[in-house]
Structure formats: C-alpha cells, structure tokens
Design a protein around this ligand. Structure first.
Ligand SMILES: NC(=O)c1ccc[n+]([C@@H]2O[C@H](COP(=O)([O-])OP(=O)(O)OC[C@H]3O[C@@H](n4cnc5c(N)ncnc54)[C@H](OP(=O)(O)O)[C@@H]3O)[C@@H](O)[C@H]2O)c1
Length: 295
C-alpha cells in the first residue's frame, strides 16, 4: 500500500482564499479590517521566523498586522501594560504572544491577561473551558488545523478510534478534546498516550487515526501503526544533516517512508500540519473581527 499524502499547503491555501474573500466583503460591507498584533520578546531566531511568517500571511489575505518587538530584558510589568493597551485598541481583534517567553516572565500571567475576546491563539482558560463543554470560542490553532485537515481530506472521524500521542496543553489535550465532542467533524473514540503510557505500540496499533504530537524525531515506526490507518504527524524536529546547506533538516515524529508504505494517508513534515496552524490563526482573527460587530 502507498499512502495518500494529506497536503497541508493545498488545504491551507484553499481556506486562505476563502478567508481573503470574506475579509474583502467585511471591508466593503461593514468597513472593518481584521487586525492582529504579534508580540515578540527577545531575539529567538526560530520565533523571529514564525513572527515574520505570521505577519506576511496576514498581509497576503488583507488582515492588518502590527509587530511589537520587545527587548529580552523587558519586564513582566511592561509586557502586561502593552497587552492592556492592545486589549483596548479597537483596530486590534487578535493578540498573539510568541512563545517561548524569557525565563523571568510568567507565561501564564501574560497569556491570561489577554481578554478572551482577542485570544486568537485559544490559550486562555475561558476559551479552553468553552472548548471542553462544546461552546463557541477560539480553538487553539494547531489542533483546530488538524481537525480541518482531517475534514478536508475526507477522513471518517465519527466513530473512529483516534489515538493521540502527547498530552500538551497546546496540541495533545485540545485535539483529543475536540475530536471527542458530540459534534460534526468529531464524535470519535479517543485515547490519549504520554511518556508514562504502558506498551505504547499496543495502543497506537489500535488507532484508525493516529496523531503524533511528541517532539521526538521519527519515534513512530511502522510496527506501531495499523495497516490502513490515517497518520497525522504534528512533530517538527531538527536533525543534523551534513548534506543539507543549513546543516540540518526537519523531520516529524513519524518515520515517514516506512509508515507511508503501510498506512492509508499521512501528513508530511514540512507541509502537513504546519501551514494549517497559521491558517487557523488567520481564521480566528477574522472571526474575532466579525464578533466585534455584534458588540
Ligand atoms: N505543526 C505545528 O504547527 C506545531 C505546533 C505545535 C507543536 N508542534 C510540534 O509538535 C511536537 C509536540 O509539541 P508539544 O508542544 O505538544 O510538545 P510537548 O509539550 O513537549 O509535549 C510532548 C508530549 O509527548 C509526550 N512524550 C514524550 N516522549 C514520549 C514517549 N517516549 N512516549 C510517549 N509520549 C511521549 C510527553 O509526555 P509527558 O506529558 O508524559 O511528558 C508530552 O505529553 C513538537 O515537535 C512541536 O515542535 C508543531
């Protein structure tokens, strides 16, 4: 068997084209331009790349974006003051704090200061609570992107056994929760595994849909996957590669070639879940602008 490749770039550009149309309509009809503020503290090179990509993606579809670059020594008080200002700013509908923050800043204190109405990353406990009880709110972008990708690829979610490896607050726990909901694009039976799970391969082999969000290069091997399963690889890991110009290459949490030979469909890394994450950030920002119309 040779797997179908679930192309995140293609799905992301389809969704972005729809968002761009809706943004144009919103401007014409309601005279409102969705706005995103991206806050970067310090000079982490990977974070700088992510922030640039987010700003560029905003511009491409007509979202106003502004970038706030703060020095690594910025105090928690200064950062909180900036968030307070952005919370009040009517041209800003979404606030994104690029993580990780420097060690002297309490990440939760910062994230919880963003008002839930502008929490387009979906990390505020109010939005996470709404997700848990199945009420509308902002869904965290990576799990939201995974769900959209599964739906666009025509994967049968309802009634399927989904096994999620990883229980982080930003990927594992929310995707497990979202696919468990009594709702369209969900209704799955979900098992969540982590580093203390006993006999992981025995559990992953039961998955109709296997979601790997571990952060360990190529940990999921063919013997851990059921024939005909759908495999979603969330991991983004750098491994040394002297043959590459950059000296490294990106791999997922799944050993792609051997798993692709056995499963029904699989996401590549890069080009799978990654492009969907930013797309759902844009989606949430548009949603927030729409919400602002109804007060
Ligand atoms: N594509 C995207 O847009 C995107 C977005 C976010 C993250 N990512 C990538 O996704 C990966 C996961 O990110 P994350 O933030 O969720 O990571 P994380 O916070 O480090 O969580 C990793 C999870 O994997 C579990 N784990 C680690 N080793 C394991 C093992 N040997 N067996 C079973 N479970 C194991 C951990 O278990 P414990 O809880 O027991 O420690 C933890 O729950 C990373 O590669 C990250 O770069 C990609």
């Amino acid at each position: 068997m040779s797997a179908d490749i679930i192309d995140g770039n293609k799905t992301a550009s389809l969704i972005r084209a729809e968002l761009a149309e809706e943004i144009t309509r919103l401007k014409e009809r309601d005279n409102i331009v969705p706005g995103l503020a991206v806050v970067l503290v310090g000079e982490n090179p990977a974070s700088q790349v992510y922030v640039r990509m987010k700003n560029k993606s905003c511009r491409e579809i007509g979202i106003y974006s502004e970038q706030h670059n703060l020095k690594a020594q910025t105090s928690e008080t200064e950062l909180l003051a900036l968030i307070d200002k952005l919370n009040e700013d009517p041209k800003i509908h979404g606030i994104l704090i690029q993580l990780p923050l420097p060690d002297h800043i309490d990440e939760n204190k910062i994230l919880y200061r963003i008002i839930p109405e502008k929490d387009v990353d979906g990390f505020h406990p109010v939005n996470l609570g709404k997700m848990l009880i199945g009420k509308p709110g902002f869904l965290p972008c990576t799990p939201f992107g995974i769900q959209k990708l599964l739906i666009h690829a025509g994967v049968q979610i309802e009634g399927s056994h989904v096994v999620v490896v990883g229980r982080s607050n930003i990927v594992g726990k929310p995707i497990a929760n979202m696919l468990l909901q009594k709702a369209a694009g969900a209704n799955a039976t979900v098992t969540v595994c982590h580093s203390r799970s006993r006999d992981l391969p025995a559990i992953t082999r039961q998955a109709d849909i296997l979601i790997a969000a571990i952060g360990r290069p190529e940990m999921i091997t063919a013997d851990m996957v059921k024939e005909g399963a759908v495999v979603i690889d969330v991991g983004i890991n750098r491994i040394d590669d002297p043959n590459s110009k950059r000296g490294y290459r990106l791999v997922g949490d799944v050993k792609f070639d051997e798993v692709a030979a056995k499963c029904k469909a699989i996401t590549p890394v890069p080009g799978g879940v990654g492009p969907m994450t930013i797309t759902m950030l844009l989606y949430n920002t548009l949603q927030s602008a729409r919400n602002s119309l109804s007060g």
